[in-house]
Write a protein that binds this ligand. Structure first.
Ligand SMILES: [Zn+2]
Length: 75
């Protein structure tokens, strides 16, 4: 009801990548995500799937770069 009148109050709930983040409305709990064009879009199971895939790729990248830094520090 509140959201219908005033719009959703989205707060970031998950950092997927540098460009893609998930948001949850503090009033009604509706989820949204930034899509590939950087626009906010209501969360769908398909988008959730894409984000989960992106997040795992992103985490692997971060883990790789961390290993690199550790190796450089060690040598
Ligand atoms: Zn809402």
């Amino acid at each position: 009801m509140y959201c219908a009148l005033f719009g959703h109050n989205y707060v970031m709930s998950k950092h997927v990548t540098h460009h893609i983040k998930e948001y949850t409305c503090t009033h009604c709990g509706e989820q949204a995500t930034t899509n590939s064009r950087g626009r906010l879009e209501v969360m769908t199971p398909k988008l959730k799937e894409i984000n989960d895939a992106l997040a795992s790729v992103h985490e692997k990248k971060i883990a790789k770069s961390k290993n690199k830094i550790n190796l450089q520090a060690a040598s």
